[in-house]
Design a protein around this ligand. Structure first.
Ligand SMILES: Nc1ncnc2c1ncn2[C@@H]1O[C@H](COP(=O)(O)OP(=O)(O)OP(=O)(O)O)[C@@H](O)[C@H]1O
Ligand SMILES: [Mg+2]
Length: 357
């Protein structure tokens, strides 16, 4: 397998997001007029504790869920792109002389990596990409180096291979989110150009914050907050199992007291967390304002969450829809696809690697 965070577009492949709560897959193809076409997507739930903090703990269970997701997807393509969580990757921008030969550059990357990676180099995989000319000197270039421990990569590859799939790309979740941002940016005024946009992905356990300025990532943070707090409260209040609570959350059918006494307090809490993240960002960086908040992740499917966040933060807020502007296969349920879209940002960003428009 080629370990590459950065390589250019590859042959067709499926984007596979391995999270703590589920396996998500997206398959894209080339649509009309320079846009993507959504061939298919699938979400298969994962039992609790199979993946913890981005690490695969129960390999067999994960491989099994990958298999289930692949079956739901119904694709013939076996090649996949996976991503590592940002926490498993050390990345650093360095300055190098412009015009170096590939192998000279490799040597210099290794020398740089030796300085800042706290492991021996044979325990890690390293990749790099030239970003462009250095800000103040045309004789120099900026190079992004990324490294990850081999075992983190091998665990993910094993989960995919255990399901009969072949990993051709290993990316980083934050880069995949950035790639998917180009889809979401179409929802924004001026396509996000010259604007500061805070993408907040609230999943089951973690809230990922990624701020882009002029469509370039400038800030990344994560904190423990997510929909599983709501699920647990539903379980406790109404005496349900985890599975029952998950289903009730999505499909409804809970007692009348659910909305005012359980859901509303959770959403208020969520809005408060977003407001805090926003305040922390503006007070700790050179940016003193955010133009738009984009909500992603499963919690973005909660009705009215965007207007409650907007009210609290006074920042224009919208729900991420990576399928915006895409044509959608007639085999898919359009309505459901729009509900699931915000949680498929990473899988979409990965799937984009397999299509050249
Ligand atoms: N329609 C919905 N209404 C309310 N909550 C929902 C809905 N759909 C999904 N969720 C919740 O969103 C959460 C899952 O979101 P998502 O799929 O983004 O998480 P994840 O990426 O698997 O987890 P993490 O990023 O924390 O590892 C779960 O708590 C789930 O109950
Ligand atoms: Mg997630």
């Amino acid at each position: 397998m080629k370990f590459d965070f950065f390589s250019e577009k590859t042959p067709p492949l499926i984007g596979v997001d391995i999270t703590s709560a589920s396996i998500k897959m997206v398959e894209l193809s080339k649509g009309s007029k320079g846009s993507y076409h959504l061939e298919s997507y699938a979400i298969a739930p994962l039992s609790k504790d199979a993946v913890v903090d981005g690490n695969i703990v129960e390999l067999e269970q994960v491989a099994d869920a990958v298999k289930r997701a692949f079956k739901l997807l119904g694709s013939r393509e076996k090649r996949v792109a996976l991503a590592l969580p940002a926490a498993a990757v050390i990345s650093k921008k360095v300055i190098m002389q412009a015009g170096l030969r590939e192998d000279d550059m490799e040597l210099q990357v290794e020398a740089e990596a030796n300085q800042y990676i706290p492991f021996s180099l044979d325990e890690v995989n390293i990749d790099f990409q030239e970003l462009g000319p250095a800000p103040n000197n045309p004789e120099e270039v900026e190079v992004l180096i990324a490294a990850s421990r081999k075992e983190k990569i091998e665990d993910r590859v094993a989960a995919a291979e255990g399901a009969g799939l072949k990993v051709t790309v290993m990316d980083v979740e934050t880069y995949a989110t950035e790639a998917a941002h180009s889809l979401v940016a179409q929802q924004l005024p001026n396509r996000g150009n010259e604007q500061t946009v805070m993408i907040i992905d609230i999943g089951a356990g973690i809230m990922h914050i990624n701020v882009l300025h002029d469509n370039q990532s400038v800030y990344i943070r994560e904190q423990a907050f997510g929909g599983s707090q709501l699920t647990q409260e539903i379980q406790r209040r109404f005496g349900l199992t985890l599975e029952e609570a998950e289903i009730a959350k999505r499909k409804g059918g809970l007692p009348e007291s659910y909305e005012p006494e359980v859901l509303q307090p959770f959403v208020q809490n969520l809005a408060l967390e977003v407001a805090r993240a926003l305040q922390f960002f503006t007070s700790s960086t050179q940016y003193n304002r955010v133009d738009h908040i984009v909500l992603a992740g499963g919690c973005a499917a909660i009705p009215s969450v965007d207007s409650i966040v907007q009210e609290r933060t006074q920042v224009s807020t919208l729900i991420a829809n990576p399928f915006y502007g895409m044509s959608i296969s007639s085999k898919l349920k359009q309505q459901q696809a729009f509900v699931d879209a915000p949680s498929l940002l990473i899988a979409c960003g990965l799937a984009m690697r397999g299509v050249s428009l």
